[in-house]
Structures are given as C-alpha cells and as structure tokens.
Design a protein around this ligand. Structure first.
Ligand code: RNT
Ligand code: ZN
Length: 420
C-alpha cells in the first residue's frame, strides 16, 4: 500500500537539504487562484439558444467525444464534478455567450441578469467569476468586430464590450472578488491587406470608446490579448503582440494589462521569455495557459517544460501573486471532464514544482558569478521527488492523489455523460 505520508516525510527531508520549506510551498501553491475556463465543457459553443451555434473567429475544436454539456445545468454539473479533483483556490471564467436569458438576446443587449444563474452558483460556492466578451461565433463578425469598417457593425461590438465591463462589475459586486475580463478579437485577414493600419486604428478607437464609456466601472481588470494568427486569418491579425502591448503601455492605467496566451506566438517564441520584459513596465499580467501543438491548437495543458518555465519565472521574479492565471484550452476528442482535470491539475502542479526550488540560493550563486553551480542546481531539481509532495497535497485537499480521480470520472461518464 502506497503511503502518501511516508513519501511526504521523505520528500520533506530531501527538500530540507536545500532549505526548502515544503509546507510553505504547498500553502502558496494552494492559495494562488486559477481561473478555470467554462468553455472546455461544450466545445466553446455557448448557451445562447441558437440552433445554428457554431465556432468561428479562427479558433477550432476538433473531435466529437460524446457527452458534451448542452445547457447551463449540465455545464455547471460538469464543472462541479471536475472541480472535485482540482485542488486549490479557483475562479470560474465565463464567456459572454454563456448567458442564460429566457429567449435569444443578442450580444449588444446582454445584461447582468442574464448571468444570474452563474452568479448564484458562484456565490453559493464562494468562488469568483471572470469574464470575456465574445467577439466570435456570430454572423456580425464575418468582416471584423472591433475593427469593422462598417460603422454600424463596429458600434454593435463596442456596445458588446461596454456591456461586458458592466457585467464584470456586477460579478465583482455579487461575489466580492474582482472580475478579470479578457478582451480578444480574432479580427484579421487571410492575406496581408493593403491597408494594415486602418483596422488597427479602428481597434484602438473601439477599445478607447469601451473604456471611456465604462470609466466608472469598479472591480474589473482588463487583459488585452494578442495573437499571431487564426485559421482563415493566417496573414494578418489586427490585435498583434505589438498592437496590444502598445495599447496597454500607452493606456497607462492600472486596470488595463497584457494577456499572454501560450499559444499565440510564433512556434519558437515562448511566453516564459516575455514575462520579465512585460513586468519591467507593468504591475500585472493575465496569463492564458494553453498548449500549442504546431499552432494555436489549444491542447490540454501539459506539465511540460514551457508551463514549468513560466511558473518558475513568476516565482523567481516574485510575481506569482501579481499574475492572473487562467486556463484556455478546448479538446473535444477526449472526455471533457478529464480534459479539465488534467489541464487544471497540471497548471497547479507547475506552480508547486516552481515553488519547490531553492530560488534564493540560485540567485546567490548567480550573483557570485558561480555559473557552473547555477547550472548544476537548475538541473538537479528536474528530478527532485516532487510527485511525493504533489500526491500528499492532493490528498490533503481532498482532490484525490495520483490517478484516483480517473475511475470517478469514468463512473460519471457512465452514469451521466453517456445518457445525454
Ligand atoms: C483565442 C484566444 C481566446 C479564446 C477564448 C475562448 O485564440 O486564446 O482567449 O481561446 O476567449
Ligand atoms: Zn486565450
């Protein structure tokens, strides 16, 4: 019989050799909020009561695994089930197309009350809510949203952005926790357009209008998310990295920050290498943790080198507490609850692993110019007995250690998902 306590005691001794306090690391990892995206549960389709709901805007889910949530009740039930196996502080991240009005309400007419089922659910659970305007999956977005040359269309989407910030404030007031809003628009072009600056000037103006009209909104933080390309929009994205970084830095407002999505850069560029530069000029960052396989494929977050490197950077810069960590992936080819559990656990796992390193010692060695020891230390911790601490932590938080959650998710699939 595998005894987690025994493993934990041994690991504690291992880490103590380097002056690492395992309990402290678990405590910090546990208290770091991760905003779990609602859209893994239904392949980003939303609850707008439209027969023809379909994903567009350059993002795509692939796969047709049975059991997708088809209404708010099912989605909440699935989220609750996944959350049982995800240790630590959580928030729920909603998209505007997850509104639950009785009849169809268009994006420029959404109101806080259309989200009351979510709000009541979150208040009951004691968790915070984050939000996203949905600038995709809509016929009015075919020729751009916030960049649209058609002023009527652009107005429609600006109104959507304005209402989204008001809904964010409502979430804040109801839950008592700040609402982090992510602003992302897919607007772009299959070919490089002749006019590359016009759409960007309009995008800037649209964001300006949204923030100006809602300048009194309280309790909302706004991430501006860039992207290199989307499907069908391969050559040009108006909201590029430079555009979004420029917008955020020039805005110079505490609540307007950069969103860095791990799948939104050229394949050889990594977010872990960008964080320190952004933090030189900003106090906060919104992180979208995902996994790009050759492109922004939004695979389930892995406990891979880059996810670990990101968390290591945040710990080493002492910016973990200043970073809004959110997940963003959608895999329709596997059990969707398992997708959430695996991706969320890996995100938390990477945080814990980063905290179980002798950061002060390594900084000391570096400052003293001992670059050989620096490398030796870096390498040593890749094979440290981290899993023993992770198992102990999961058990302590009643989130099931190891793969124990898998049988329960299988049972839920048999009892609930397969009957949908
Ligand atoms: C798309 C962006 C964006 C979306 C979600 C659904 O490439 O990453 O964040 O994934 O808003
Ligand atoms: Zn994203």
């Amino acid at each position: 019989m595998y005894d987690v306590n025994k493993g934990y005691e041994l690991a504690k001794e291992f880490y103590a050799q380097y002056g690492i306090d395992v309990d402290k690391a678990m405590e910090i990892a546990n208290a770091t909020p991760i905003s779990m995206h609602c859209w893994q549960g239904d392949d980003v389709l939303g609850l707008e009561q439209k027969e023809d709901a379909a994903l567009s805007g350059g993002i795509q889910t692939t796969g047709n695994y049975p059991g997708r949530a088809t209404n708010g009740e099912e989605l909440r039930q699935d989220i609750e089930t996944a959350m049982k196996y995800i240790p630590g502080e959580l928030k729920l991240n909603l998209h505007a197309n997850y509104q639950e009005a009785d009849t169809f309400v268009d994006r420029d007419a959404i109101e806080p009350k259309h989200f009351d089922k979510w709000v009541n659910w979150a208040v009951e659970k004691g968790i915070g809510l984050d939000f996203n305007p949905t600038y995709f999956g809509h016929p009015k977005g075919e020729n751009g949203t916030l960049t649209a040359a058609d002023e009527e269309v652009r107005k429609f989407w600006i109104e959507h952005g304005i209402r989204s910030r008001q809904i964010g404030e409502y979430f804040y007031k109801k839950t008592g926790k700040p609402c982090v809003i992510n602003h992302w628009t897919p607007d772009g072009d299959k070919e490089v357009p002749i006019d590359t600056i016009g759409p960007r000037q309009r995008l800037k103006d649209s964001y300006d209008q949204i923030f100006e009209a809602t300048k009194d909104v309280q309790g909302v933080i706004d991430g501006i998310e860039s992207k290199v390309f989307g499907i069908g929009l391969e050559s040009y994205t108006a909201g590029s990295h430079e555009f979004c970084m420029g917008y955020v830095m020039k805005a110079n407002k505490d609540h307007i920050i950069m969103t860095l999505d791990t799948g939104h850069y050229h394949p050889t560029e990594v977010v872990s290498a960008k964080l320190a530069s952004v933090y030189t000029f900003s106090d906060h960052v919104l992180l979208h943790v995902s996994r790009p396989i050759r492109w922004d494929s939004d695979h389930v977050v892995s406990f891979d080198e880059e996810t670990r490197a990101i968390m290591e950077e945040l710990v080493r810069m002492d910016k973990l507490k200043d970073t809004y960590i959110a997940t963003d992936f959608f895999d329709a080819s596997i059990n969707r609850i398992a997708a959430w559990v695996i991706g969320m656990r890996n995100t938390r796992k990477a945080i814990l692993a980063a905290l179980l390193q002798p950061v002060d010692k390594m900084k000391e060695l570096e400052a003293a110019g001992d670059v050989s020891a620096r490398l030796a230390f870096k390498e040593e911790f890749k094979a440290a007995p981290f899993a023993l601490v992770w198992d102990y932590y999961c058990e302590k938080e009643n989130a099931k250690k190891g793969l124990e959650w898998l049988d329960e998710v299988r049972k839920y699939e048999k009892d609930v998902l397969s009957k949908r």
